[in-house]
Design a binder for this molecule. Structure first.
Ligand SMILES: Nc1nc2c(c(=O)[nH]1)N[C@H]1C(S)=C(S)[C@@H](COP(=O)(O)OP(=O)(O)OC[C@H]3O[C@@H](n4cnc5c(N)ncnc54)[C@H](O)[C@@H]3O)O[C@H]1N2
Ligand code: MOO
Length: 396
């Protein structure tokens, strides 16, 4: 199993770096540290709507004995000149406006009469109160985001806040997803006995997208070698990785195996359940190929174990693996001898307990759809009693 994991990882080389506008970076990995060229806040500014004052001028102010100050200036947020505050005066100031030189405190409007020509101040103010200092969030030269960070909303927010218009990111890995099988029918069409709805293609393509890759889903092809090559041909120049599902086991109509054997892909049996029949290589020396088994749970578990970490690492994500936990098993479990088993399970973060969910069969997709983790049963283990400590991979 580790050998196949390494083989798949080696197929995907680091994706090229490109500069993209911030709005096009969601989910991508930052390729270089983002160093702040400005401090945040960029200047001392008010945290409150109110009045900028010298704290000594409002000493002892109270509702009974207000201090009356003439209002010299109005300072809305965005005013770019900064008239200094003279002793014995106040400037009306809004949240986010520059604190004028000479002022050392802000009195919120609620503690005044709100006057515009002069203001009656009803409370004293400690020096520094409600003033947000330049650089207290970010100092110039600080790396606000490290290379390898996955860019989500808050990461894009801080990038914009320090003035970045574009970011260097790794291009998403371009993936072509192809399902095979003459029994497959597109959802929405009537189903005849002997046919099933095609589900792996959408599942794998969306899993690629969720992992930060770009996925194109090809209509599945029938069990026919010529159709298989013809389906791939127009896409090869624009594809880094081809993921297929189905057609790799021991039957008479194994279209993936038949098409790719001798074309750069090696097939193997991995000591894993589900997910035993696997293949990997380069299609005619070009794009990487990973062939996943057709059983839906096998396809998805194989994607999680082999493809997703490699895809994310190639796309530059520091966090390439699913988060893992040690958990206590709530019921006993049997594993197949000599194979690493991945069971679908429910992990409870409140208790660190994990409960198997559904049976081990690789066609039992509904249980996977309601599970939140994969539970690893090591190769050498045939029986795990309740209370055992096991490894789980969190899926959401
Ligand atoms: N004699 C043997 N038979 C099988 C072996 C074996 O070693 N010897 N391995 C079994 C294991 S384990 C697996 S896993 C499967 C893998 O089979 P294939 O990858 O060749 O997949 P198919 O036969 O095409 O399909 C398997 C199963 O999954 C359904 N399927 C396939 N594609 C889709 C799709 N896109 N959407 C939904 N469902 C799909 C298909 O109808 C089959 O039921 O082989 C075992 N057999
Ligand atoms: O190895 Mo297969 O993936 O269980 O059904």
């Amino acid at each position: 199993m580790p050998a196949h994991r390494a083989r798949v990882a080696a197929l995907l080389t680091p994706a090229p770096v490109e500069s993209r506008p911030l709005a096009d970076c969601l989910g991508l990995a930052l390729a270089e540290d983002l160093v702040a060229a400005i401090p945040l806040p960029p200047f001392d500014n008010s945290a409150m709507d109110g009045y900028a004052v010298r704290s000594v001028d409002v000493t002892g102010a109270s509702p009974e004995q207000p201090v009356v100050l003439p209002v010299a200036e109005d300072l809305p947020a965005g005013r770019v000149d900064s008239p200094p505050l003279l002793p014995g005066t106040a400037h009306r100031i809004m949240t986010g406006a520059q604190v004028p030189s000479g002022a050392d405190a802000i009195v919120p409007v609620e503690r005044t009469d709100g006057g515009t020509a002069e203001v009656r101040v009803h409370a004293s103010a400690q020096p520094g109160v409600h003033v947000r200092r330049a650089g207290e969030d970010v100092r110039v030269g600080t790396a606000v985001l490290a290379a390898g960070t996955t860019l989500g909303p808050t990461q894009l927010g801080i990038a914009a806040a320090v003035g970045a218009a574009r970011l260097p990111v790794r291009r998403p890995v371009r993936v072509l997803v192809l399902s095979t099988g003459s029994e497959l029918v597109e959802p929405g069409s009537p189903l005849r006995t002997g046919q099933i709805y095609e589900s792996n293609g959408l599942m794998l393509a969306t899993a690629v997208r969720e992992a930060g890759g770009r996925a194109e889903l090809l209509r599945f092809v029938p069990d026919d070698v010529a159709s298989f090559h013809a389906a791939l041909a127009p896409h090869l120049d624009e594809t880094d990785l081809i993921i297929t599902s189905g057609g790799v086991s021991a039957g008479a109509y194994e279209v993936v195996k038949d098409s790719l054997s001798g074309n750069g892909v090696e097939f193997t049996k991995v000591a894993m359940q589900p997910g035993m029949p696997q293949g990997a290589g380069r299609y005619r020396g070009g794009p990487a190929v990973v062939t996943l088994p057709g059983n839906p749970v096998s396809a998805m578990v194989s994607f999680e174990v082999f493809v997703r970490p490699a895809l994310r690492a190639a796309a530059g994500h520091r966090q390439a693996e699913r988060p893992g936990r040690k958990a206590t098993l709530t019921s006993s479990l049997e594993g197949p001898p000599g194979k690493r088993q991945y069971r679908r399970a429910l992990y409870d973060p409140a208790t660190d307990e994990v409960t198997p969910h559904g049976g081990p069969g690789s066609h039992l997709l509904s249980a996977m759809a309601t599970a939140n983790c994969l539970l690893e049963v090591p190769e050498e283990t045939v029986e795990l009693p309740a209370g055992s400590t096991v490894d789980v991979l969190l899926m959401d």
